[in-house]
Design a protein around this ligand. Sequence first.
Ligand SMILES: Cc1cc2nc3c(=O)[nH]c(=O)nc-3n(C[C@H](O)[C@H](O)[C@H](O)COP(=O)(O)O)c2cc1C
Length: 387
Amino acid sequence: MSVITTIDDLKKLHKRRTPKMFYDYCESGSWTEQTFRDNESDFDKIRLRQRIAVDMTNRTTASTLIGEDVAMPLALAPVGLTGMQRADGEIKAARAAEKFGVPFTLSTMSICSIEDVAEHTTKPFWFQLYVMRDEDYVDNIIERAKRAGCSALVLTLDLQILGQRHKDLKNGLTAPPKMTPPVIADLATKWRWGIEMLQTKRRTFRNIVGHAKGVENMNSLSSWTAEQFDPALDWDTVRKLKEKWGGKLILKGILDVEDAKMAAEIGADAIIVSNHGGRQLDGALSSIRMLPSIVEAVGDRVEVHLDSGIRSGQDMLKALAMGAKGVMIGRAYIHGLGAMGEAGVTKALEVIHKELDITMALCGRRDVNTLDRDVLLVPEDFEGRWV
Ligand SMILES: Cc1cc2nc3c(=O)[nH]c(=O)nc-3n(C[C@H](O)[C@H](O)[C@H](O)COP(=O)(O)O)c2cc1C
């Protein structure tokens, strides 16, 4: 592909260049994938208001997220196994984000460790925590994130139990992949991926192996993850973790007004309106539909960010205009990474930035911080009447 102009272009290259089990891991939702689909298609239902004869000079997309300066109000979402999409994937994505001037969030379930990413970047990144039953492990990883200078803890609250994605079971997803005949046949066509992978030492969950008790190899790790996500996690745990961390706290996976109110009451610095990219509760409403009621309920008390379904700068603009202070992207940058490594993540950010900037201008706006509902045409029944 000679000229890349959209996230979809990167997605096609991602599919071509990455082993099937990892591409499928990225490009799927739970069960029927209804929520996964709605996340994208609900953005399409919102239209834009064309304005003319407005001075378009001196436009800016610069903003802040939890007090940090950003080139545009967007952060890279935590994505597990990023280092399997491309060798050293988390380091590559973090470096691209740093150069672009947006935050990178490292997942607990990453391949590169907190220390790996800290060593290869110069600015603080955000760390995402999954709460595990093993309290020592949780305490220890919080300390590691502090030592690495992480500037925010992103606490994910919508994955106490894993939503089922059929493809992952059918593909026998592991990191690194087990060399079964179908995997070998697939890898034969993805040789560039394989060569890069052979050149790195980072091929397993390095935030976990060697840090959690009794986890020394992949076999025990898979059972460990299944057993270790803490199904008892509640608001009390959130309060305790806030104390332990002591820094900026972002609560991820809020999709309900009552939960948003609790998050604000607890004193979170930001919440992420999210359904985990349609990977957890299939049948939940899209994030963009839930956003207005959540902003109305808590928008003056806590920063409201949104993720799930953003594939363009126009989607981003719609989320900001509907009241989000910022957005996160997951698959959009993973497609870039799988397509072209660090340069692909940069490309994804450039594509989204350009779309955001031009759309802003054509809507008659020059400052991303002043976007509001006036730039949108939203169907009257967009949020729907759900009883
Ligand atoms: C492949 C994949 C892995 C993910 N892993 C994590 C994770 O480890 N931790 C987490 O909090 N969210 C994880 N998420 C959810 C993302 O952080 C984010 O909420 C989601 O990707 C947003 O939707 P989008 O992909 O449509 O942008 C993952 C998402 C994807 C696609």
